[in-house]
Design a protein around this ligand. Structure first.
Ligand SMILES: [Zn+2]
Length: 86
């Protein structure tokens, strides 16, 4: 019984840590494009974390024009090897 609890605890902690890593990686590589002024911006982590979202959009406030809405997420992944070839 005690052994099972320890396994469950380890699985629980592992899941939380893995989710945290994935969320942090997602946040780091994401920025959003305002549908009103077309400006691209990064949201604060708390804004990002608690905002309602769809797979490709997130409900944020544009820091440039102040409008709120579901803004499209733009992936910001840069591959080092691509730059080296240029
Ligand atoms: Zn805007």
């Amino acid at each position: 019984m005690i052994k099972n609890n320890k396994v469950n605890l380890a699985l629980g902690v592992g899941t939380v840590v893995l989710t945290g890593v994935l969320v942090a990686a997602d946040y780091k590589t994401s920025k959003w494009k305002c549908r009103y002024c077309e400006e691209e911006f990064k949201a604060s982590f708390s804004e990002y974390f608690f905002a309602g979202h769809t797979p490709t959009r997130r409900k944020l406030m544009c820091p440039v024009c102040g409008n709120k809405g579901y803004f499209k997420c733009i992936r910001e992944i840069k591959y080092r090897c691509n730059n080296e070839k240029l």
